[in-house]
Write a protein that binds this ligand. Structure first.
Ligand code: LMR
Length: 395
């Protein structure tokens, strides 16, 4: 019956993570998947989340509504847009609880396929591979806009703006507002404003994918681009709690659609609910309750914000430490990219072949594009990673 089914080529990130787990070497280092591990190499259980778990316990588990837990959705809006945002006050944001950030982008794609069909979808070059896949699955053709300026290891701002200007009016544009995956380079505030002007003038539909809020500068500053944009125009915002709540396996995210007025938001919410019903009916409860409890308590929210800050500063210090170790081994390698890029990822400039060498010879796993997850670094593994990195460049 299924004799013609093709083999799955594997996912460039998840399959690599599986290969890492299967690697028998004890000194292996996982810098592939975007998962934060602490100084001891463990995925942390945040204290605020643990307290929320103790407070909520395990009681009956009725279905959540299609749109998710009310407190959770409120928490998403406050965190993403800020409490005093005019769009919130005017009740023109439709928010649903989603299955992680991937689920949020997936429902956004399904929603747009129905209500804005036939448009071209532009994603950054490079981007998180699944952006292409999720929009293609929904029936769209995807194309790219320039983002990475290889020579300067920065954003190709002019190329990006030109592509937005050249795209057909009303195209769908996927933007990562902070901690760009995979490059680690973001637009500065002036560039964000200039891009906003073009996107609005071209009436493009913007889908923000914000998976790393709090890992750039701070929870509020990382959301500033989205907040400013949403003051000026409608947009969709996917957010994830996988990383900043360290709740990877609970699949907690959100999708918010900023609308023109409350009536439109009500109708959009209805259509999002329908998209959920047709896909998985309603989101799961346990992770949702944890997030809702933390975001709904001033005390736990403050504790959580402190824990996000701890993760962020540890990643920054690992960037510095790796740069120092590389410099100590070679003064021919420019390590400034490690310090200039931010968030979980650094685009190293290593070729796929060099990445293969590091993995095969040293058990140091990076994604084939040369993306390194700096959140997997710790004091114990940095010397090994630095040595492997320098030796790979020498080849
Ligand atoms: C990543 O880019 O490594 C993460 O976002 C995990 C994933 O789902 O790919």
């Amino acid at each position: 019956l299924f004799g013609q089914v093709e083999a799955f080529a594997g996912d460039p990130i998840l399959s690599l993570n599986d290969a890492f787990k299967a690697d028998p070497r004890t000194e292996k280092v996982n810098l592939s998947i975007g998962v934060y591990t602490d100084e001891k190499g463990r995925i942390p259980v945040l204290r605020a989340v643990k307290t929320a778990y103790e407070r909520t316990g395990f009681a009956e588990r009725p279905y959540l509504p299609m749109e998710g837990h009310a407190g959770y959705r409120e928490g998403v809006q406050k965190l993403v847009f800020g409490d005093g945002h005019p769009a919130r006050a005017e009740k023109r944001i439709a928010t649903i609880q989603t299955l992680g950030g991937t689920g949020a982008v997936g429902i956004a794609a399904d929603f747009l396929a129905k209500h804005a069909p036939g448009r071209t979808v532009l994603v950054s070059d490079p981007t998180w591979e699944n952006h292409h896949g999720l929009f293609q699955r929904a029936g769209f053709t995807t194309t790219t806009y320039p983002y990475w300026d290889r020579a300067n290891r920065s954003v190709d701002f002019d190329g990006m703006v030109k592509a937005f200007e050249a795209a057909e009016n009303g195209s769908i544009v996927v933007l990562q507002p902070v901690c760009h995956n995979p490059t680690g380079v973001d637009l500065d505030e002036r560039q964000q404003e200039a891009v906003t002007d073009v996107l609005i003038a071209k009436r493009h539909i913007v889908v923000f994918d914000m998976a790393y809020q709090g890992f750039g500068t701070s929870l509020d500053e990382d959301a500033a681009f989205v907040r400013r944009y949403a003051r000026r125009a409608s947009c969709l915002v996917a957010n994830s709690f996988s990383k900043n709540f360290s709740l990877y396996g609970e699949r907690c995210g959100g999708l918010s659609v900023v609308c023109r007025d409350a009536d439109e938001a009500e109708r959009v919410l209805g259509q999002l609910k329908l998209a959920v019903r047709r896909s998985y009916s309603s989101p799961p409860m346990t992770g949702g309750l944890l997030v809702a409890t933390v975001l709904g308590s001033d005390e736990l929210r403050a504790q959580w914000a402190g824990e996000v800050e701890t993760m962020r500063t540890r990643m920054d210090s690992m960037r510095k430490l790796l740069a120092e170790h590389i410099r100590a081994l070679s003064n021919e390698i420019d390590v400034s990219f490690l310090l200039n890029q931010r968030g979980m990822f650094s685009y190293t400039g290593l070729s796929a072949q060099q990445v293969d060498t590091m993995r095969e010879r040293d058990g140091v796993y990076l994604v084939g594009s040369g993306r390194m997850c700096v959140a997997g670094l710790n004091e114990a593994n940095v010397p090994k990673v630095a040595k492997s990195f320098v030796e790979a460049q020498a080849r």
